[in-house]
Write a protein that binds this ligand. Structure first.
Ligand SMILES: Nc1ncnc2c1ncn2[C@@H]1O[C@H](COP(=O)(O)OP(=O)(O)OP(=O)(O)O)[C@@H](O)[C@H]1O
Length: 417
């Protein structure tokens, strides 16, 4: 069974044109005729239309389906979460094996850029061409995706409604990155391209985020303990600082940047924030975590307005190096707090490989956010290697000095008191 699903409003609104001018003619020229062609009509529609289509084939639901998805990361996120919820809410729902063939039509296209393109390439149809030219069932171009599950815990003494678990296939973040995603949505109509992420970053450049973080060991990787990248040896080594009896490790805030990824080494074609996911491939059962904590800077003595302003320039510099082949991972502090790869001080970015993490906001924001890997049984789908599957994971931000705490993802906000 073959479906073509188009988000007509993602990216620069060219999805429909890509479908009509390129995707459908290419399929026809290979003698392939989709069993379903659908355009999404509103947020959330991609998931429901696919579930309806799958259930309508009952009593003989397909064993596997291929979905040519013409969209960006968010549409795939919606599909994955809709399928996940349906399988958990309705045990009688029979989930076929799903293979995505992604056609890059969104703004960032993180998974597509990570899995489907060589550096510098830009063909949005690369994965479709591979799909059409390969014997997909036996092909090495199929890669199972790792899914990360985020669960929420309310403060133990406060009966508040918490969101259901959220599945991510690309990124789960707090701090600056979560704020960028949140604020960039408001800029979508005025800045349709990637520039809106930089504009949103500038709006949030001097914010620090207070929290306590627990790093969790991996349950199924060979090396279970949290690992940290050591630029001296160009390898991951066990991170043993402040290790608890249960194998967890605590990180003190404040944080400027806190972002974990699965499946991807970049969040947009040139922004290679997790370069080691490509150069030092994880064996499985882990996620990569990229952290910037300003108090590691030897020139910063206090968490005050002046320090936040000074560090804002450094944040810009170190994250800017992610656009330069992921060089941020080798940046170090000098004794005066200057940042350069040739310095001898501690590294600016802590690049970790872990089983999961818990974000435990301090101060009045008593919400605990925990993310842990879905176990292997939760792996729901396979995609062609040159197909993309992406999602904007959970976004959360906890701004110092802001009331109440704000927890949000993909433009949806929840206030917490
Ligand atoms: N017909 C529609 N009208 C309005 N919004 C829609 C419609 N169809 C889908 N959407 C919404 O469009 C949003 C953006 O889609 P998507 O994330 O795929 O593209 P993008 O944000 O441009 O790219 P990326 O996520 O790769 O940066 C999705 O979150 C989805 O909820």
């Amino acid at each position: 069974m073959l479906a073509v699903v188009v988000n007509p409003v993602c990216g620069a609104c060219r999805g429909k044109q890509l479908a009509q001018d390129h995707v459908l003619p290419l399929l026809a020229s290979h003698g392939r005729h989709p069993d379903l062609y659908a355009e999404t009509e509103c947020p959330g529609h991609a998931g429901t239309l696919l579930i309806n289509w799958i259930t309508q084939t009952a009593p003989t639901p397909p064993l596997h389906i291929s979905i040519i998805l013409i969209s960006g990361d968010g549409t795939l996120h919606e599909i994955v979460n809709a399928l996940y919820r349906r399988t958990h809410d309705d045990p009688s729902f029979s989930l076929p094996q799903i293979r995505f063939v992604l056609v890059a039509a969104g703004t960032a296209n993180a998974l597509y850029a990570s899995l489907c393109l060589a550096d510098g390439a830009s063909d949005p149809l690369a994965s479709l061409r591979t799909f059409l030219s390969s014997a997909i069932d036996s092909s090495p171009v199929l890669v199972p995706l790792t899914l990360a599950r985020t669960t929420f815990h309310p403060p133990s003494d406060t009966p508040v409604l918490v969101p259901k678990p959220i599945i991510a296939a690309v990124v789960t973040s707090t701090s600056l990155h979560a704020s960028i995603l949140q604020d960039s949505e408001a800029l979508r109509s005025t800045i349709p391209g990637l520039e809106r992420f930089k504009t949103a970053a500038a709006q949030n450049a001097t914010r620090w985020y207070s929290s306590r973080v627990r790093l969790l060991p991996s349950s199924d990787a060979d090396e279970k303990r949290p690992q940290i990248y050591d630029a001296n040896t160009d390898s991951f080594v066990p991170y043993t600082s402040k290790e608890g009896e249960d194998g967890t490790i605590e990180l003190d805030g404040p944080f400027v940047y806190f972002l974990s990824t699965v499946n991807v080494d970049r969040l947009e074609p040139q922004f290679q924030i997790a370069p080691l996911a490509r150069s030092h491939k994880p064996a499985g059962g882990t996620m990569d975590l990229i952290v910037v904590r300003p108090m590691r800077d030897p020139s910063i003595g206090a968490n005050d307005e002046e320090a936040r302003c000074n560090f804002g320039t450094k944040t810009w510099k170190v994250l800017g190096a992610a656009y330069d082949g992921g060089r941020h991972v080798v940046m170090r502090y000098g004794g005066d707090g200057a940042i350069d790869a040739s310095n001898a001080g501690v590294n600016v970015v802590e690049y970790l490989r872990i089983g999961g993490w818990e974000w435990i906001p301090v101060r009045r924001l008593a919400i605990e956010l925990a993310i842990s890997f879905a176990d292997k049984n939760d792996r729901m789908m396979q995609i062609p290697k040159h197909a993309l599957y992406a999602l904007m994971g959970l976004l959360s931000r906890y701004h110092e000095g802001e009331q109440p705490g704000v927890l949000c993802w993909k433009g949806r906000l929840m206030g917490w008191t």
